[in-house]
Design a binder for this molecule. Structure first.
Ligand code: NAP
Length: 322
């Protein structure tokens, strides 16, 4: 089968043996795979060991996929054969991928392969941040920093489904305001100062994909009992924190990443997404935003587009067609 394996920073399809599912795993015939900023680090060998990387063999790139189950390992009910699934999983840029059954999510009928492949990483990341960690509830003042990132665009929509009192989203650009407002943002802030002014009463929940001054400003404008989740560091990875102010607000600053989580922990988040988030995908309240698609043979070009920056949304690799 063809699979994309990094070689000195360059990622292009090569021939490798097709993997076989082990106990508790399925084999997915991959139709499409979503691209993530973390792919760039992985290609350079700087992403680090992924606790959920699964099977041994060549270090195939890719972190999320959509496709059809074509084989099952021991202990997996074969009724799942032929179903359309999507998953956040290692080794996604391949014609076939072995996936732990616990990571599978059913693809809602309405979704194309391309749309489905754009979702798993973002659904899981934003569910974990907003629901599992921040415990966001209706009526709160919510801020999503870095809202035009692939994960942030789903974050804005998920926040809206929870029913916030106010929802502020950030981007450094003004030409994305209409998009962010169509997804549910009440206000778009374009600078840290605008973050401060956008909610004079402060924020209960902050989902941060950027760090640096943006996070610093948010930390200075929290409400009592606020929860701040650091999901990504698209900007600066350091920030000055006034610990006395944090204590006074009894606020929590929580960091998270997938790569140090064991499969069982990720499976808990998958179960949460299945129950609490997929219904909103199925009825259209949460929709994937795809900025472009490319053929598997052009995947090196996709890495270049990731590095250069692209219009808001996910880049998706079409691996095979029906
Ligand atoms: N916790 C986890 O396990 C987890 C999972 C997934 C992703 N992440 C992290 O979340 C972040 C987003 O990932 P992604 O793959 O969705 O990214 P992405 O789609 O590549 O993000 C692109 C966006 O980032 C914004 N951006 C880039 N550099 C910036 C800077 N210096 N300051 C402010 N904004 C900047 C740009 O927005 P504007 O031009 O509109 O400002 C751009 O639209 C990354 O840091 C990633 O590592 C973490």
């Amino acid at each position: 089968m063809r699979a994309a394996v990094p070689d000195h920073g360059v990622v292009s399809p090569v021939e490798i043996p097709r993997p076989a599912p082990g106990p508790g795993q399925v084999l997915v015939e991959v139709r499409a795979a979503g691209m993530n900023r973390a792919d760039l680090l992985h290609a350079k060998g700087r992403y680090g060991q992924r606790a959920f990387a699964g099977t041994t063999g060549p270090d195939v790139a890719g972190m999320e996929l959509a496709g059809r189950v074509v084989a099952v390992g021991d202990g997996v009910d074969d009724q799942i054969l032929g179903t359309r699934v999507m998953a956040m999983t290692a080794r996604a840029y391949a014609e076939y991928a072995v996936v732990d059954e616990r990571l599978l999510m059913a693809v809602p009928e309405e979704l194309s392969w391309t749309d489905a492949a754009a979702l798993p990483m973002a659904l899981l990341t934003e569910y974990e941040a907003q629901v599992a960690l921040a415990r966001s509830v209706a009526g709160e003042r919510v801020l999503v920093i870095g809202a035009t990132s692939g994960v942030g665009l789903i974050g804005v929509q998920l926040a809206r489904t929870i029913g916030p009192a106010s929802l502020v989203a950030t981007s450094r650009n003004t030409d994305v305001d209409a998009l962010l407002q169509s997804l549910g943002a009440g206000t778009v802030a374009h600078t840290p100062d605008e973050v401060a002014n956008a909610s004079t009463e402060g924020y209960d929940v902050v989902i941060d994909h950027v760090g640096g001054d943006w996070l610093g400003t948010a930390l200075a404008h929290l409400r009592n009992g606020a929860r701040v989740v650091s999901v990504g560091r698209l900007g600066e990875r350091t920030v000055q924190v006034d610990l006395t102010a944090l204590a006074g607000k009894r606020a929590s600053l929580i960091g998270t990443t997938w790569k140090t989580q064991e499969l069982a922990q990720i499976a808990d988040s998958v179960a949460g997404v299945r129950e609490h988030v997929l219904p909103a995908v199925a009825d259209g309240r949460i929709r994937p935003v795809v900025s472009g698609t490319l053929e598997f043979g052009d995947i090196a070009g996709g890495y270049q587009r990731l590095a250069d920056g692209h219009s808001p949304g996910k880049l998706v690799v079409v691996v095979s067609r029906d």
